[in-house]
Design a protein around this ligand. Structure first.
Ligand SMILES: Nc1nc2c(ncn2[C@@H]2O[C@H](COP(=O)(O)OP(=O)(O)OP(=O)(O)O)[C@@H](O)[C@H]2O)c(=O)[nH]1
Ligand SMILES: [Mg+2]
Ligand SMILES: [Zn+2]
Length: 216
């Protein structure tokens, strides 16, 4: 879940999606605060790529009620968790869906437009329309502790069809000869910004820090 205020952190979004892909969790994106129009178009452009690779995007406003019906039907019959940066409106959206169980929410910090980490524990709610929803504390940093290099690549779902075509089984998808992923980036099949975030996350994997891969 994300918003324009605080500004969506796409690297964090990718990390969530990598975890979901590797754990078999079906993910969709919630773009909240669509009542705020500043920067809306630029974020929509970034989102188009996620839609293209098959992640549904639901646009909501906890403030005005936009998209709540659509979200409710998406959540029905499932146990779901709202995950995202502090201040994107996870608790506000939970409150909008369950009007009689008000969770604490908070204004963004003055001046910084950052969230305040208002929610400190995860809480599960039964939705009136069916299904369960977990409101969780916002995260600023996120670990990929138990993710290996190959799990990371598998976490970028658009790489999937290309991975078997890399020339070498242990291809790192950097400057390796015959890398189908890199070729995909060059010919536009894979979004370059997503690929760059893959490289960034790769650097953050345990044992990778301070040791830039050759050729990238
Ligand atoms: N304009 C607008 N403001 C919203 C919307 N949803 C939430 N907010 C505001 O955003 C601020 C943060 O909302 P919260 O619901 O506390 O955010 P959170 O994601 O639960 O934050 P943490 O608990 O810190 O992770 C509050 O001031 C809300 O009133 C929305 O749809 N539109
Ligand atoms: Mg909260
Ligand atoms: Zn490769």
């Amino acid at each position: 879940m994300f918003s324009t205020e605080p500004r969506c952190d796409l690297l964090l979004l990718d990390q969530y999606l990598v975890i979901c892909e590797n754990r078999g969790i079906s993910a969709f994106l919630i773009f909240n605060k669509v009542d705020l129009t500043a920067d809306l178009d630029s974020l929509e452009q970034e989102l188009a790529i996620y839609q293209r690779i098959g992640y549904p995007v639901i646009r909501t406003s906890a403030a005005s009620g936009i998209g709540l019906d659509q979200l409710e039907s998406k959540l029905r019959g499932h146990t779901s968790i709202l995950a995202g940066q502090s201040g994107v409106g996870k608790s506000s959206l939970t409150n909008a869906l369950i009007p009689n169980r008000q969770q604490r929410t908070a204004e963004l910090s003055q001046g910084s437009l950052h969230g305040k980490h208002t929610t400190t524990t995860a809480t599960l709610f039964h939705l009136p329309g069916g299904g369960d929803l977990i409101d969780s504390p916002g995260v600023a940093v996120f670990g990929l502790a138990d993710i290996s290099e190959s799990h990371l690549a598998a976490g970028y779902r658009e790489f999937g069809p290309l991975l078997p075509h890399c020339r070498f089984n242990d291809c790192r998808h950097l400057a390796d000869k015959g890398c189908a992923v890199r070729l995909g980036v060059e010919n536009g099949d894979i979004d370059r910004a997503r690929y760059k975030r893959f490289l960034k996350l790769r650097e953050k994997l345990p044992g990778k820090s301070g040791c830039p891969p050759r050729g990238s």
